[in-house]
Design a protein around this ligand. Structure first.
Ligand SMILES: O=c1ccn([C@@H]2O[C@H](COP(=O)(O)O)[C@@H](O)[C@H]2O)c(=O)[nH]1
Length: 213
């Protein structure tokens, strides 16, 4: 907790415009969700959080109330077992919709304040592309490149919107464990810069780079 507190405070000091996402994946009944939302936004002051919406609309509603805070709903995981349930075909809007697509559609309906995003893994570019086409204007938080082996290029192409934006591609262990030695801090910084440059390289190739657009 102390390390988290110091990390958040350091980011606020050195990069006041950075968006800090609390990856807590909260998911509970409404009254408990309300307490969690108060903790995540009121105490920790995160700009956005991740939630697990298995409990349905009332389980995420308290997180959505403040339109200045973002809520990333876990939609299609990057881990090998995430398809066990999330790819199951359910009867929803159109027969045989995979559950993760039903989740994406529900989130689009709940997104009346424009503060919902979705978490979709880089390891499943097909599902990532499907979610992007269902939710063309939603931010996507995309874990799974780096240690989990997801391919960066397809994550950028499948995950970005039509302008090459709205994808937050995350690598955690690939950055924080870039070096086991005393140079861990500079190695982490270099790994993060390399990832940024690789993302930008794909965008440039597609004419969607920060400089070319
Ligand atoms: O489907 C998901 C949802 C969340 N995560 C989280 O992202 C990071 C990824 O870490 P790496 O070290 O880059 O693999 C991790 O904290 C997970 O909790 C995810 O990987 N997949």
């Amino acid at each position: 907790m102390e390390a988290l507190e110091r990390t958040v405070s350091h980011i606020r000091d050195v990069a006041p415009d950075a968006v800090i996402i609390g990856d807590a994946k909260r998911g509970d009944i409404g009254p408990s969700a309300r307490a969690y939302a108060k903790a995540m936004f009121g105490f920790w002051d995160f700009d956005a959080v991740t939630v697990n919406a298995w409990g349905g609309s009332d389980s995420i509603e308290p997180f959505l109330e403040d339109p200045t805070r973002g809520v990333f709903v876990w939609c299609r995981g990057s881990n090998p077992g995430s398809g066990d349930f999330q790819d199951l075909l359910v009867d929803g809007k159109g027969e045989g919709t995979p559950l993760y697509e039903a989740m994406a559609r529900a989130c689009a309906d709940w997104n009346t304040s424009g503060n919902i995003g979705l978490v979709v893994g880089a390891t499943v570019p097909g599902q990532l592309a499907a979610v992007r086409s269902l939710c063309p204007d939603m931010p996507l938080l995309i874990p799974g490149v780096g240690a989990q082996g997801g391919e960066l290029e397809s994550a950028v192409r499948a995950g970005c919107d039509s302008k090459g934006r709205l994808a937050l591609i995350n690598s955690s262990r690939g950055v924080i464990y870039a070096s086991p030695s005393a140079d861990f801090a500079s190695a982490a910084s270099e790994a993060a810069s390399r990832l940024r440059d690789s993302i930008n390289h794909v965008l440039e190739q597609d004419g969607l780079g920060w400089l070319s657009s």
